[in-house]
Design a protein around this ligand. Structure first.
Ligand SMILES: *[C@@H]1O[C@H](CO)[C@@H](O)[C@H](O)[C@H]1NC(C)=O
Ligand SMILES: *[C@@H]1O[C@H](CO)[C@@H](O)[C@H](O)[C@H]1NC(C)=O
Length: 135
């Protein structure tokens, strides 16, 4: 297993950051939003869960492919890029069949061809469906 800390160093410095809130229901597929200017060339994209430090990546892309060996096994069957080609600046991630355990903080970090890095922090809250679970 590759240690994520080493890979993260590639992405410094982060020049801009943004924050998003997402609310989803247990059992739904939710979209974790992240995007760049449509004309940008993405060299590296990392989706991670910094509040679970022992977890690897939800998704790791280095041009021109998604590198699934960097992906945490728990997420292999559960995530897919909203646009599988990561085209047109669309870097959102679909997380399938969410549970309460998915509530937490997610990060979309990316490095563009011009060496500009950015970070989008997504705060996901998963709520129970009425009659199906707690809260
Ligand atoms: C969603 O997850 C629950 C348990 O977390 C599981 O019982 C159910 O089969 C899953 N549904 C799908 C469509 O994968
Ligand atoms: C949620 O996390 C708890 C504690 O780690 C674990 O026992 C439980 O099985 C998890 N539930 C699901 C649906 O993954």
């Amino acid at each position: 297993m590759v240690r994520s800390r080493h890979i993260r160093l590639l992405l410094l410095p982060v020049l801009w950051t943004s924050h998003r809130q997402v609310v989803s229901l247990v059992g739904e597929d939710c979209e974790l939003p992240c995007s760049v200017d449509p004309g940008s060339n993405v060299r590296v994209l990392q989706w991670s869960r910094p509040d679970l430090d022992h977890y690897g990546y939800l998704l790791f892309y280095r041009h021109p492919w998604v590198r699934s060996h960097y992906q945490h096994p728990d997420y292999r069957a559960r995530v897919q890029p909203k646009d599988p080609g990561l085209n047109h600046g669309e870097l959102s991630l679909v997380l399938k069949n969410v549970t309460h355990n998915d509530t937490g903080t997610y990060e979309c970090r990316l490095l563009l061809d011009n060496n500009i890095g950015s970070k989008t922090t997504v705060y996901l809250t998963v709520k129970g469906k009425p009659g199906l679970s707690r809260d």
